[in-house]
Ligand binder design. Structure first.
Ligand code: GRF
Length: 206
């Protein structure tokens, strides 16, 4: 699920074709028809579905998203720069994840995306930033944390330079989390994330 430029999608596609990520993208859902990510998805030959937030009332939008996802019956739903909230139906509990370009729970929430995140980190004078992969609940950038990767904030960082360094970590973090799912090594137990060591499998493999 995405709304933006699609660098995250491109990375996942590249890793899948390189054989380093065991996954298949069954559908790409965008909340914006004009997102660059949609063009990129089509270039990869992926099926795309547009559910335009601005053309629908909120309930219609929620139902449209759920119907599009049900139709594709994915094992896992990955948000990749999706700028709206999808109210996760119970049947998808523990199967929806997101990546955020900061160390949650700080610097997340509605309207906290793109350079705004890095500007806020710099304004707060934080020495360290990074990215977070987490299970989604029904709040923006919220839910049990799967993994985080950190970067040092440099004295002369701008939002753009910090964002680029964080994104480098995102390129590794998201595939790593998806591979855990693909290997059946990760599950949610209430609010706790259980990750099995390599070779152990306690979650059903999709
Ligand atoms: C990434 O920084 C991701 O962490 C956040 O949205 C951004 C998506 O970028 N959730 P892109 O559209 O994949 O280029």
């Amino acid at each position: 699920m995405l709304s933006g430029t699609g660098r995250t999608l491109v990375n996942l596609c590249a890793r899948i074709s390189a054989g380093s990520l065991t996954a298949r993208i069954v559908v790409v859902i965008s909340s914006r028809a004009d997102a660059l990510a949609v063009t990129r998805a089509r270039d990869f030959g992926l099926k795309t579905v547009i559910i335009e937030r601005r053309n629908m009332d909120s309930e219609e939008f929620q139902e449209g998203l759920s119907a599009a996802i049900d139709a594709a019956s994915p094992d896992l739903v990955c948000m990749a720069g999706f700028l709206s909230l999808w109210r996760v139906p119970k049947r998808f509990a523990g199967r929806v994840i997101n990546i955020h370009p900061a160390l949650l729970p700080d610097f997340g929430g509605r309207g906290m995306y793109g350079e705004r995140v890095h500007r806020a980190v710099l304004a707060a004078g934080r020495p360290v930033s990074g990215c977070t992969v987490h299970y989604c609940d029904n709040e923006y950038d919220h839910g049990p944390i799967i993994l985080q990767r950190r970067v040092k904030v440099e004295p002369n960082d701008t939002p753009a330079t910090l964002g680029a360094r964080v994104f480098e970590q995102e390129l590794a973090a998201y595939p790593e989390a998806i591979q855990l799912f693909s290997d059946g090594r990760i599950r949610l137990d209430g609010a706790n994330v259980i990750i099995d060591p390599p070779g152990h499998v306690s979650a059903p493999k999709p």
